[in-house]
Design a binder for this molecule. Structure first.
Ligand code: ZN
Length: 375
């Protein structure tokens, strides 16, 4: 549940600094009394200020509430299989600075947190943002996460197998800022809900097609948070009959074991000299028969995962992101072709699109999660 402070800041931001207290009350759903008290506190803290405008005609002047964007800064760090994206946003969620580094292949807990703290510190230094301006850090992890207890349970795509159970309090004490942690697709779908092309839709699904394959969901305006024992959007490990490939999860036959970026490379390695998943996609788009054969199978598998999410949550929009998604490529388009073959007619009018938030989508969602938790 969002705090009333978060709801009020959201309402002021949605009002684009033109909302009066009355408008904020209506849009936030917070009671007049509680709203009045919190706005006064936010004004006293300098988080919010008022703009005095000349009254139009008779009656009380309109006093719009404005956010002071410099009043708080949040950091989002998205740890992907190959790269880690770090960004800082102000209180209006404008990106102040962003940077991408290579993900360290996991060896042990101490090295991992040392590396992660260094990533944060280096990026902060490059950004020029003072340490005391930073309120909190949100982590998004390609892997399984226990957000309630702040534990990274596994990240098989970057070498961290189940059992290590890394507490993010270790990062918090190293960098002296509060830290929260969620899985990549939880952060991705929240970023789309607030800042994406289809922002504000109450039923939204994201699909990440990268080294890992995953999905996130907003249902009735509620973010569904994946937990190790209550998984949401775990489509990468849907079992596909006839697929005998071993998966990083320890089992075999998973969707991701064929369609994930690294798996696609394995599938094609003995047959051509293509050496990146992106190049397989582009080769297929330009008519290479071996690449097309591999990608047709991948698209068929992907479609099973995506169709599952659509049948479960009946979203208004499905937004794709990740290293295997590009408009000029083959896999994204072919996945949609296969998907439309699978779906019943009443589900085909759903909006399908590629994120406009780019590869920092989940980092932005992680920063938003840090705001929701710690503001
Ligand atoms: Zn698996």
């Amino acid at each position: 549940m969002l705090s009333t402070r978060v709801k009020i800041i959201d309402a002021i931001r949605i009002g684009k600094n033109n909302f009066s207290k009355k408008d904020v009350c209506t849009h936030s759903g917070v009671s007049w009394g509680a709203m009045y008290k919190i706005v006064d506190t936010l004004l006293a803290e300098g988080v919010v200020f008022t703009r005095n405008e000349k009254p139009i005609g008779r009656g009380r002047p309109n006093v719009p509430l404005c956010i002071n964007p410099a009043a708080a800064c949040y950091c989002g760090i998205d740890i992907g299989a190959h790269s880690t994206k770090i960004l800082f946003v102000d209180l209006n969620f404008n990106i102040l600075y962003q940077e991408k580094v290579e993900t360290l292949f996991y060896s042990d807990e101490e090295n991992f947190f040392k590396w992660l703290a260094e990533c944060f510190r280096n990026t902060q230094m490059h950004s020029g943002i003072a340490d005391d301006k930073i309120n909190a850090v949100g982590l998004s992890i390609s892997g399984t996460v226990d957000s309630e207890h702040g534990i990274i349970v596994s990240g098989a795509n970057w070498g961290m197998t189940r059992g290590a159970n890394l507490p993010v309090t270790k990062l918090a004490s190293a960098i002296r800022h509060p830290v929260c942690v969620y899985s990549t697709q939880v952060a991705a779908v929240l970023a789309e809900y607030h800042f994406g092309k289809e922002a504000g839709r109450g039923n939204l699904v994201t699909i990440g097609l990268g080294v890992g394959i995953g999905s996130g969901a907003i249902a009735n305006h509620m973010l569904l948070v994946s937990h190790p024992s209550r998984l949401v959007g775990y489509i990468g490990h849907i079992l596909i009959p006839g697929n005998d490939r071993d998966c990083v999860c320890g089992w075999h036959g998973c969707l991701e074991a064929y369609s994930g970026g690294d798996s696609l490379l394995k599938a094609i390695a003995s047959r051509t000299d293509i050496r990146s998943a992106k190049d397989i996609d582009l080769a297929a788009a330009s008519g290479d028969p071996v690449a097309i054969e591999i990608m047709d199978t991948a698209a068929r598998y992907n479609a099973i995962g995506v169709a599952g999410m659509i049948q479960l949550y009946s979203p208004e929009a499905v937004i794709f992101s990740g290293g295997q998604v590009r408009r000029e490529g083959y896999l994204y388009r072919q996945t949609l072709v296969e998907l439309k073959k699978l779906l019943p007619p009443n589900r085909r009018d759903c909006i399908f699109d590629i994120t406009k938030l780019g590869e920092f989508q989940s980092a932005l969602g992680a920063a938003r999660l840090a705001f929701e938790k710690f503001f």
